[in-house]
Design a protein around this ligand. Structure first.
Ligand code: HEC
Ligand code: HEC
Length: 229
């Protein structure tokens, strides 16, 4: 991530972030689709194929190899529905994939630019885009793209009762019950074996690719915009 000043979590509010498409992918997609976009088929489909299908250049190359070349406008016409599908997938999500309807136009363009790079397509204008972000916005990406797949928005926190009955603490409970430093620790190293794993329940994995500032931003977001049911 670029443009971030070092500082304590308390100074976070004044910090500004600038995210690349790669950063947006890391905060929003990587927790499920992995660093290379391959996912974990059959549950989590690879996104490489659907992204390659959006490329007119790749389509022209493939048709040429098959001995039935097509011109550029034809290729663009054939590839267009695939890009529409990809945008639709972001807007609506899927059966298990959350919706990313909250992404702004510039965020979507930067993200699509990075997906093209990830899928091995030639870089375009949008693959170099940088998007200015507020702290709350970075936190929103982390929460909605990474934490929310396991943690409900609202509900019990991490008390003894809830944890022994196997309920994963809610997002809303973090700013009330945890310090920013303990949340950062939990995310960077995974759980150190709390009550729930001890009882044979699930254990939180580590997300070492999220920076301290990004996790602090998630905490800031949850404190200022408490999730509603
Ligand atoms: C919580 C997990 C999760 C997150 C986060 C997530 N996805 Fe997915 N994605 C899935 C799953 C699961 C599928 C398979 C179908 C389904 O259940 O929706 C999928 C399928 C897809 C597909 C369709 C693949 C195909 O074969 O048609 C694309 C494209 C995709 N995801 C892109 C993204 C992008 C881009 C992001 C980040 C903005 C993202 N996903 C974030 C879980 C996730
Ligand atoms: C793959 C599922 C999963 C994801 C994704 C996940 N967590 Fe967790 N988290 C858990 C589970 C399970 C527990 C409870 C058991 C434990 O501590 O391992 C937990 C516990 C926690 C706790 C301890 C709460 C308490 O009261 O003791 C914090 C804080 C936390 N998660 C923060 C986060 C944040 C922030 C994110 C997003 C960056 C996140 N988690 C993403 C599964 C997940």
């Amino acid at each position: 991530m670029m443009g971030i000043r070092q500082g304590k979590a308390a100074d976070l509010e004044e910090q500004s972030f600038v995210l690349s498409g790669a950063d947006l992918y890391r905060l929003n997609c990587r927790s499920c689709h992995g660093p290379d976009g391959q996912g974990a088929p059959p549950e989590i489909n690879s996104l490489i194929g659907p992204v390659q299908a959006t490329s007119a250049a790749l389509l022209m190359e493939r048709m040429k190899k098959r001995g039935s070349p097509i011109d550029k406008s034809m290729a663009e016409q054939l590839a267009a529905p695939s890009e529409a599908d990809l945008r639709e997938r972001l807007r609506k999500g899927g059966k298990k994939m959350p919706s990313f309807e909250h992404l702004r136009g510039d965020e979507v363009e930067a993200l699509l630019g990075y997906l093209e790079t990830l899928a091995g397509l030639p870089p375009t204008e949008r693959s170099r885009m940088l998007v200015p972000q507020s702290v709350a916005r970075v936190g929103e990406h982390v929460v909605k793209g990474t934490c929310h797949s396991c943690h409900d928005a609202t509900g019990p926190g991490g008390g003894h009762m809830a944890m022994t009955s196997g309920i994963i603490p809610s997002l809303e409970s973090f700013p009330r019950q945890q310090s920013v430093d303990s949340v950062i620790r939990q995310v960077q190293y995974g759980s150190s074996g709390g009550m729930m794993p001890m009882m044979g329940g699930p254990q939180m994995p580590a997300f070492p690719y999220l920076t301290k500032e990004e996790v602090a931003a998630a905490y800031f977001y949850l404190a200022h915009y408490p999730p509603k049911p």
